[in-house]
Design a protein around this ligand. Structure first.
Ligand code: FEO
Length: 161
Protein backbone atom coordinates (compact mmCIF):
# COMPACT_ATOMS: atom_id res chain seq x y z
CA UNK A 1 0.00 0.00 0.00
CA UNK A 2 1.46 3.35 -0.97
CA UNK A 3 1.27 6.49 1.17
CA UNK A 4 -1.49 8.02 -0.93
CA UNK A 5 -3.73 4.98 -0.48
CA UNK A 6 -2.95 4.95 3.23
CA UNK A 7 -3.93 8.63 3.49
CA UNK A 8 -7.11 8.10 1.49
CA UNK A 9 -8.14 5.15 3.63
CA UNK A 10 -7.55 7.21 6.75
CA UNK A 11 -9.68 10.00 5.28
CA UNK A 12 -12.36 7.45 4.46
CA UNK A 13 -12.61 6.50 8.12
CA UNK A 14 -13.67 10.09 8.79
CA UNK A 15 -16.05 10.07 5.78
CA UNK A 16 -17.82 6.97 7.14
CA UNK A 17 -18.09 8.39 10.67
CA UNK A 18 -19.40 11.63 9.12
CA UNK A 19 -22.03 9.63 7.27
CA UNK A 20 -23.03 8.08 10.59
CA UNK A 21 -23.08 11.53 12.17
CA UNK A 22 -25.32 12.76 9.35
CA UNK A 23 -27.72 9.82 9.74
CA UNK A 24 -27.96 10.46 13.48
CA UNK A 25 -28.82 14.07 12.66
CA UNK A 26 -31.46 12.97 10.14
CA UNK A 27 -32.84 10.51 12.74
CA UNK A 28 -33.29 13.36 15.21
CA UNK A 29 -34.96 15.54 12.56
CA UNK A 30 -37.43 12.73 11.79
CA UNK A 31 -38.00 11.79 15.42
CA UNK A 32 -39.03 15.33 16.31
CA UNK A 33 -41.59 15.23 13.48
CA UNK A 34 -43.12 12.10 15.03
CA UNK A 35 -41.68 9.86 12.31
CA UNK A 36 -40.32 7.34 14.79
CA UNK A 37 -40.02 4.57 12.18
CA UNK A 38 -37.92 6.69 9.84
CA UNK A 39 -35.81 7.79 12.81
CA UNK A 40 -35.26 4.13 13.70
CA UNK A 41 -34.18 3.41 10.11
CA UNK A 42 -31.62 6.23 10.24
CA UNK A 43 -30.32 5.23 13.66
CA UNK A 44 -29.60 1.74 12.33
CA UNK A 45 -27.95 3.29 9.29
CA UNK A 46 -25.74 5.37 11.59
CA UNK A 47 -24.61 2.14 13.27
CA UNK A 48 -23.80 0.64 9.87
CA UNK A 49 -21.63 3.62 9.00
CA UNK A 50 -19.67 3.20 12.20
CA UNK A 51 -19.11 -0.44 11.22
CA UNK A 52 -17.86 0.69 7.80
CA UNK A 53 -15.38 3.03 9.46
CA UNK A 54 -14.15 0.25 11.72
CA UNK A 55 -13.66 -2.16 8.82
CA UNK A 56 -11.22 0.34 7.29
CA UNK A 57 -9.64 1.11 10.67
CA UNK A 58 -8.99 -2.60 11.22
CA UNK A 59 -7.71 -3.12 7.68
CA UNK A 60 -5.09 -0.40 8.14
CA UNK A 61 -3.95 -1.92 11.44
CA UNK A 62 -3.89 -5.43 9.96
CA UNK A 63 -1.62 -4.07 7.23
CA UNK A 64 0.68 -2.52 9.84
CA UNK A 65 -0.28 1.03 8.83
CA UNK A 66 -0.91 4.00 11.10
CA UNK A 67 -4.47 5.02 11.81
CA UNK A 68 -4.72 8.81 11.80
CA UNK A 69 -8.12 10.06 12.90
CA UNK A 70 -9.20 13.53 11.80
CA UNK A 71 -11.90 16.05 12.67
CA UNK A 72 -15.45 15.33 11.56
CA UNK A 73 -17.70 17.72 9.67
CA UNK A 74 -21.47 17.58 9.47
CA UNK A 75 -22.19 16.79 5.80
CA UNK A 76 -25.80 18.02 5.66
CA UNK A 77 -27.41 21.12 7.13
CA UNK A 78 -30.79 22.83 7.14
CA UNK A 79 -33.07 20.15 5.77
CA UNK A 80 -36.46 19.79 7.37
CA UNK A 81 -38.85 18.40 4.74
CA UNK A 82 -38.82 14.60 4.53
CA UNK A 83 -38.31 14.67 0.77
CA UNK A 84 -35.22 16.85 1.21
CA UNK A 85 -33.94 14.59 3.99
CA UNK A 86 -34.26 11.55 1.71
CA UNK A 87 -32.66 13.42 -1.19
CA UNK A 88 -29.72 14.55 0.94
CA UNK A 89 -29.19 10.97 2.13
CA UNK A 90 -29.07 9.75 -1.48
CA UNK A 91 -26.72 12.56 -2.52
CA UNK A 92 -24.42 11.71 0.34
CA UNK A 93 -24.31 8.04 -0.60
CA UNK A 94 -23.41 9.04 -4.18
CA UNK A 95 -20.60 11.13 -2.75
CA UNK A 96 -19.37 8.21 -0.62
CA UNK A 97 -19.38 6.02 -3.74
CA UNK A 98 -17.12 8.59 -5.43
CA UNK A 99 -14.70 8.56 -2.52
CA UNK A 100 -14.53 4.76 -2.54
CA UNK A 101 -13.97 4.76 -6.31
CA UNK A 102 -11.20 7.31 -5.88
CA UNK A 103 -9.37 5.05 -3.43
CA UNK A 104 -9.91 2.15 -5.80
CA UNK A 105 -8.41 4.15 -8.69
CA UNK A 106 -5.35 4.86 -6.60
CA UNK A 107 -4.93 1.23 -5.55
CA UNK A 108 -5.39 0.13 -9.16
CA UNK A 109 -2.71 2.54 -10.42
CA UNK A 110 -0.36 1.17 -7.75
CA UNK A 111 -1.18 -2.49 -8.55
CA UNK A 112 -2.24 -2.80 -4.91
CA UNK A 113 -4.30 -5.93 -5.44
CA UNK A 114 -4.93 -6.57 -1.77
CA UNK A 115 -6.49 -3.15 -1.22
CA UNK A 116 -8.53 -3.53 -4.40
CA UNK A 117 -9.82 -6.86 -3.09
CA UNK A 118 -10.56 -5.21 0.27
CA UNK A 119 -12.45 -2.38 -1.45
CA UNK A 120 -14.61 -4.75 -3.50
CA UNK A 121 -16.82 -5.17 -0.43
CA UNK A 122 -17.34 -1.39 -0.29
CA UNK A 123 -18.10 -1.18 -4.02
CA UNK A 124 -20.90 -3.72 -3.53
CA UNK A 125 -22.05 -2.09 -0.32
CA UNK A 126 -22.38 1.29 -2.03
CA UNK A 127 -24.62 -0.23 -4.67
CA UNK A 128 -26.90 -1.39 -1.84
CA UNK A 129 -26.68 1.93 0.01
CA UNK A 130 -27.70 3.90 -3.08
CA UNK A 131 -30.52 1.44 -3.82
CA UNK A 132 -31.87 1.78 -0.28
CA UNK A 133 -31.76 5.58 -0.43
CA UNK A 134 -33.62 5.53 -3.77
CA UNK A 135 -36.17 3.07 -2.38
CA UNK A 136 -36.93 5.49 0.47
CA UNK A 137 -37.64 8.24 -2.06
CA UNK A 138 -39.87 5.88 -4.05
CA UNK A 139 -41.74 4.96 -0.87
CA UNK A 140 -42.32 8.64 -0.18
CA UNK A 141 -43.64 9.11 -3.70
CA UNK A 142 -46.07 6.24 -3.14
CA UNK A 143 -47.15 7.63 0.23
CA UNK A 144 -48.16 10.91 -1.39
CA UNK A 145 -49.34 13.70 0.84
CA UNK A 146 -52.05 11.88 2.79
CA UNK A 147 -51.57 11.06 6.46
CA UNK A 148 -52.38 7.37 5.91
CA UNK A 149 -49.59 7.09 3.35
CA UNK A 150 -47.10 8.70 5.71
CA UNK A 151 -48.14 6.44 8.56
CA UNK A 152 -47.61 3.39 6.36
CA UNK A 153 -44.21 4.68 5.24
CA UNK A 154 -43.20 5.24 8.86
CA UNK A 155 -44.36 1.77 9.85
CA UNK A 156 -42.49 0.18 6.95
CA UNK A 157 -39.23 1.94 7.70
CA UNK A 158 -39.65 1.17 11.37
CA UNK A 159 -39.56 -2.55 10.56
CA UNK A 160 -35.91 -2.39 9.54
CA UNK A 161 -33.88 -4.96 11.48
FE1 FEO B 1 -20.68 3.69 4.40
FE2 FEO B 1 -23.47 4.72 3.55
O1 FEO B 1 -21.64 4.57 3.17
Amino acid sequence: MNNKTKALLNEQIAREFEAGYMYLDLAAKCDIKGLKGVAHWYRLQAEEEKEHAMIIYNYLLDEGKDVVLSSLHMPVHDVTELKDIFKEALQHELYITETINNIYDNAYDDCDYRTMHFLDWFVNEQEEEERNARANLELLELAGSCGCGMLRLDETMGERK
